[in-house]
Design a binder for this molecule. Structure first.
Ligand code: SAM
Length: 406
């Protein structure tokens, strides 16, 4: 998209959303939906404001360093106005006139920016803990991934093949002036090229598509499902991948979607209804018995485990500024526990996919290696794949498919 100087209205909107995220601790999604519902914003304005807020949130530490030249209070309302002014300066745009705060001293910001640009990790919006972690985990690969994760995400949708085809959906979208294009190697995906409010479209409410990153759309097909199978999606959340599994199984057989969060399963049911996916059953995991009862019953099992989210920083940059570092070791333990206990759900001869939205080997290859070391005669690795943002332009994911051999 072409970026331009914000109008005073767009400026106010961007600073309000930022205030809501930084001060009121709302998630970016929540903050956007509050403000975009409250005021009448056209699609282009919505896209521009999302871009500005996203850019600032992805590289918050860098923007705050630039802010230090002019004020010392970082996240005050005036400080937030200045962050948005800085966004204009570093994008070589005129600052918004008529904003509540005075425009900044451009020469001063540019001089400091020149100095700061020597620190590549800072320019990519990488906090120190993440730089250390990324270098340790990925070595020489890390700088390219760090850079890719600092970019604005592309918009992808997944075609619901229970209701339409990719070609048909391209035409349907075009009739509403939304341009899209196919994504190489991801047959279910379309990239959206127009600033459209997708959720307001009839095509969305009638279940023709779901918003889902193209990398994430590689996971359900990796499970090698066929119509008629008994599939368990054990960490289904609100069902992004469950719905994809339902489409791949052509609505035949059964998909048991489980999670520990009841509200997510309620959401999943609504989405399944919209998608016309009638072979999904939901089950809340409220005791360990729910898992034990399913022992040896599934042809296919998806374990899309809770993870750091370090592969999806483009879309969820707040992960960088939250207490993620201190939660990592308990996440690793949780992943290992889920893999250990839930893998028993699989039949002999069945297959499971372990997946994360992280590109860090400690949550991925290492978990699989440790698991296989504990179960050398029971499971074997068929295939594993990491989707790297630097190579694909997608979010980052890992998936490993294991077969149960005894
Ligand atoms: C990565 S998210 C799943 C996303 C989902 N598969 C999708 O495609 O939208 C991980 C999910 O695991 C759930 N979870 C956390 N602990 C769990 C547990 N012990 N058993 C099952 N699910 C769990 C979380 O509530 C969360 O919804």
């Amino acid at each position: 998209m072409k970026i331009t100087t914000l109008t005073p209205f767009q400026f106010r909107l961007a600073t309000s959303v930022l205030y809501s995220i930084l001060h009121e601790k709302k998630s970016p999604d929540e903050a956007f939906s509050i403000y975009f519902r409250k005021v009448n914003v056209c699609n282009r304005e919505q896209a521009l404001v999302t871009r500005v807020v996203g850019d600032i949130m992805r590289r918050l530490n860098y923007f705050l360093k630039l802010l230090d030249t002019t004020v010392d209070k970082t996240a005050s309302a005036a400080g937030i106005d200045r962050l948005v002014h800085i966004w204009h300066v570093i994008n070589n745009l005129h600052q918004t006139e008529g904003a509540r705060t005075e425009p900044l001293n451009v020469a001063e910001i540019k001089l400091l920016n020149h100095e700061l640009k020597k620190n590549k990790a800072l320019v990519d919006g990488c906090p120190e803990w993440l730089e250390t972690h990324g270098e340790y985990e990925l070595g020489e690969r890390w700088p390219a991934e760090r850079r890719a994760l600092a970019q604005a995400p592309k918009r992808f949708i997944r075609v619901n093949t229970l209701k339409t085809t990719r070609e048909e959906l391209i035409r349907t979208l075009l009739r509403s002036n939304v341009t899209s294009r196919e994504v190489e190697n991801v047959p279910s995906a379309l990239e959206i090229l127009t600033d459209a409010s997708l959720f307001k479209m009839n095509a969305f409410s009638s279940g023709l598509f779901e918003q889902q990153d193209a990398g994430s759309q590689m996971i359900a097909p990796f499970l090698d499902v066929h119509p008629g199978m008994r599939i368990v999606d054990a960490c289904a959340g609100s069902g992004g991948k469950t719905l994809h599994l339902a489409a791949l199984s052509k609505g035949k057989g059964v998909i048991i979607a489980m999670d520990v969060a009841e509200w997510k399963l309620k959401n999943l049911k609504l989405r399944a209804k919209r998608a016309g996916a009638f072979n999904i059953e939901t089950r809340l995991i409220d005791t360990s018995k729910v898992i034990k009862r399913l022992a040896g019953s599934a042809d296919r099992l998806l374990l899309d485990v809770p993870c750091s989210g370090l592969g999806v920083l483009k879309r969820n940059p707040d992960i960088k500024w939250a207490d993620t570092a201190s939660r990592l070791s308990s996440l690793y333990a949780q992943q290992a526990e889920i893999l250990e206990n839930y893998s028993k759900i699989l039949k002999v001869g069945g297959k499971l996919v372990y997946s994360t939205c992280s590109i860090m080997p400690v949550e991925n290859e290492l978990q699989i290696r440790n698991f296989l070391n504990r179960h050398p005669d029971e499971f074997k690795l068929e295939e594993a794949c990491t989707v790297y943002p630097s190579e694909t332009g997608f979010d980052g994911f890992y998936m490993a498919r294991l077969a149960r051999i005894s």
